[in-house]
Design a protein around this ligand. Sequence first.
Ligand code: AMP
Ligand code: ZN
Length: 485
Amino acid sequence: MGLNIYNSLSRQLEEFVPLQEGKVLMYSCGPTVYDFFHIGNARTFLVSDIVRRYLEYKGFSVKLVQNLTDIDDKIINRAAELGQDASLLAKSNSEAYFEDSGCLGIRAADVHPRATEHIPEIVDLIQILMDKGAAYAVDGDVYYRVDSFCGYGKLSHRRPEDLLAGARVEVNERKEDARDFDLWKKAKPGEPWWDSPWGKGRPGWHIECSAMAMKHLGETIDIHAGGQDLQFPHHENEIAQSELATGKPFARYWMHVAFLRVNGQRMGKSERNFIFVRDALRDYSAEAIRHFLISAHYRHPLDYSSSSLKESSSAIRRLNNCLDVLKPFQSVTDPSLLDTDTLGEAEVSILDAVQSMRTGFEDAMDADFNTAKAIGEIFKFVGEVNLTLSTAGDNLSDTTKAALGRGYSGLKEKCEVLGIYSELTDSDAANSEMMDQLMKLIIDVRQTARQRKDWDTADKIRDRLKQLNIELQDTRQDVTWKIID
Ligand code: AMP
Ligand code: ZN
């Protein structure tokens, strides 16, 4: 089955076919850097990250561009509140964005263009619109003439009268039509400015994305993504500007991510109900936060609760336990071991589970990136591995080991697409080694107590470990331990 994407433009699931075979041009609207970003923003950025990873998994080469809006009313106002320079505020928040998104495992885009570094391209694009009669200047401000583009409203599926009601129209008698929007804003005293044919000013928000997308990806791109609030007016305006300027379709597939909500309300800065990514990362691992943020399909709203994040943490622990169990077998790579008609029950069930995880995962992701279902397939596999291992006993045959090795690479590959696989860092590995040694010591002490028939001490050790969520398992040969949820 091919990949299907729900295209907001057609409001239908469409088979994904890029313009150039094997190559995908993708643009994702990035943050406005007036503050740190919150886990609601992160949901949208994560979707682009996973779309890109899955496209690569399918063999496409992807060029992803994600802008930084580094000049805007919000930045100017926040800088004034803080008594800071707007460009310094934008610079430090851009650095914070890269730091936090990196910690969350969001891979850097191929290009992160900044609005302030594309003023000539923005001015050129506005000039084209002026020359085509689609823009007009009024005393240093420049507006887009919505009436000049007959396709206006095609993305948000709004009729002209709805557009009027829907536009956040401030009373502005200088506009010919209330729907017209800023392309260039005249600088007020004390505001940052750049020179332009219309006087000192700064670009509007919508034109920056059109200019930067076209500069770095060309006139027609394959996928354009952003949060659902951007569909109108931001993306509608991007289409109007770009398509009128080039006469070509701007983006072929439009993807919009539904909101992360708190008590039914959108998580947002103005709602004051947000959690910064850097704060969430103090309490939860990146993998747990990612697991939570993709636990619903991206077109469905997702409700934040600390209990959901805790559930995600324990799911990731379960996943890591399984990866840890399987990892030692990754080196059993002799394929001929599995190339026989006489496979035992354990390896047959593991190989079946590997195959069904692959099919289930790909079907889910091909169905408009259904990460919720894809995660379900991964955990179904984890359950099957645990069951097989508990019935197989301790003496695993070489073929079983080879099947487990195949299970490890299959599981790791799928987890990497979702970004929920974590390679142990050196310090994690050292801690884990230390933990192993300590547990060995505790188990030895307890075994000595048992040999002396000191049941009180032996039971006390077991109970105290249990309070720490560590469970001892007495087998005939030895004693093992595991962390329980
Ligand atoms: P901003 O920095 O406000 O321009 O937002 C950056 C991105 O985050 C945009 O694509 C927004 O649509 C998206 N976004 C904002 N709030 C949420 C939310 N609560 N859930 C999901 N995406 C959001
Ligand atoms: Zn944008």
